[in-house]
Structures are given as C-alpha cells and as structure tokens.
Design a protein. Structure first.
Length: 95
C-alpha cells in the first residue's frame, strides 16, 4: 500500500466506514504524513446543468419546498439550497 499524499509505504489499517449505499470501505493511515485515505475514493457526482435547472425551477417557480424537492429528486436539502443560490447569483450577474 502506498500513501497517495506523500508516496510513503508506511501505512496501517485504521478501521472501516460504510458508504450511503452500505458498502464497507477499508480506511488507512500513513505513519509519515498522518493523513487518512481509502483505496478507491468515491467522487462527488457531477449533475448536468439541465437537471440543476429543473430542480431550481421546481423550487423557485413551481413553489415546491426545498425538503420536498430534495425527497423528489433524491438530493440533500443542502445541495438544493446551494443550487438555488448559485442560479440566483447567475441571474443577478446577467442583469
């Protein structure tokens, strides 16, 4: 095992964690730099702009609540709020 941060081979196992899907993932800690890591980290999703616009339109124009939109689209409420703020900033800068 090699640390992805400092490339050291002095690495120890430090337990597991479970992903949202229930997958068990082994965690490691580097003895040199002290950072923790997993072998294949899960990358954040990149949603298409059309999908983001659809969610924001549901909240802003159609009056769907943030919590309800997060349940419908299977997103975190924080993500929905961030997208609404992002699109409102874009709208202001266009004017």
């Amino acid at each position: 095992m090699i640390c992805p941060h400092c490339k050291s081979i002095e690495v120890v196992k430090i337990g597991y964690y479970f992903t949202k899907t229930g997958e068990k993932r082994q965690r490691y800690k580097c003895k040199v730099c002290g950072r923790t890591f997993v072998i294949n980290p899960i990358k954040p999703r990149n949603y298409p702009e059309e999908f983001k616009e659809m969610v924001v339109r549901a909240v802003v124009k159609e009056g769907v609540g943030v919590r309800q939109a997060s349940r419908i689209f299977k997103l975190s409420p924080n993500t929905v709020i961030a997208w609404v703020r992002e699109f409102s900033k874009k709208k202001r800068s266009e004017k």
